[in-house]
Design a protein around this ligand. Sequence first.
Ligand code: PFF
Length: 470
Amino acid sequence: MANQRVSVHGMWSSRAVFIMATVGSAVGLGNIWKFPYITGEYGGGAFVIVYLLCIALIGIPIMMAEVLLGRRGRSSPINTMKRLAREQGSSPAWSIVGYSGVVAGFLILSFYSVVAGWALAYIFQAASGGLNDVSATDAKALFEGLIGSPDQLMIWHSLFMIMTMAVVARGVRDGLERAINILMPALFVMLLIMVGYAFVEGDIKRGLGFMFNIDFSKVFQICVEEAGQVQCRFTGEPLLVAMGQAFFTLSLGMGAIMAYGAYVPNHASITGATVTIAAADTVVALLAGIAIFPIVFASGLEPAAGPGLIFQTLPIAFGNMVGGQWFGTVFFILLVFAAWSSAISISEPAVAWLVESRKWARAHAAMVIGVFAWLLGIGSVLSFNLWAGEEYRWFGKTLFDLKDYLASNIMLPLGGLLIALFVAYGAGRQMALEELSISRQRLFDAWWVIIRYISPIGIALVFLNSVGLL
Ligand code: PFF
């Protein structure tokens, strides 16, 4: 029996619109900014393979679970979990999935908005010719000048937060839907052009070698160069970070996809949509890496340069290619749009919940969420300048890194684990069968085995390994 509920927040007009919006959520800074820089930090090829395995074996099955729960519950993740747990005779404590998603959303938005602010700043840099003819040293100095200035960062962070909340206030459908349809394909084309540039001007052999040469020893160790000597230590951290990145890049584990699933039409097939979304997301991340690493090596830069990696490499390409002023401007505009459509989805679980339970208008809810995330974001701004010192670090990490680490590597996978467990054990097979309505029994059985055993055990093993228990 298909369910008869409708969402009070409106519905996607078609399955295609759902796919577009979810690709908009998934493709963002995670693909273009974060994937290359953490791949650089964790040594390349082996990290990429683990990441791809996590997408296939954990990400896609859990995305299906989130969408099916969302569509079945047709409300904000907190209320969907409450409702479904009640209907299935399970404990109301499952709603913790929804609450922890709201908290993770705040943490993510509070650093996401700051990085999106960098991209905003670079639109103006590129347009005004500020990137013309830059060398690797100039590009580094430019980036350091930007992050060293709390005032500038605050302006861009504030602007991005206002842009995001302005759209959230109007509702997801009327908000960005039309824009995403054009801008996402445009971003894809720009990335292809950058890849073309990397092939011609970059050190393509070393770049590709770095991304795809698999040295599995690197999955369990981190190596750093100190005083000319390479020091390695064994740790489960690269595995945890690769898994965290799979969750982050697919927007999983915090209810964003569950919230979008609540607006999916009844008869739309979930499986095909999910695979399409994950494939698009993965292709964009790999293209970003292929565009960046050849430039990194050709310019004598460090792959492990950290969060500034793309802001220190892409300007070199724009600064030295024909028409680079124009390309650079367009590229950063598209990057901002990609970040924008993701940021909107990050706040959706919290906003939808406030609208449902407090009966607030969307605009009111968006404003309250925006102000909190903005305040929390001040800590991310200061992490690069006034609070960059040792005395403001916890576990050796700045507030910016700590929020990212906690949300992406711990809260999202834990959220995903609970979602898998709820679908498999809290709700049961019948509900999943009805919602997924997969015609090929074998396919359903395979997914069921994965969601019951493989994904939860996989996540648990990575956690145990990272705390040194394995
Ligand atoms: N998937 C987005 C990206 O890769 O940039 C980030 C994100 C969006 C994370 C939505 C979590 C989320 F709920």
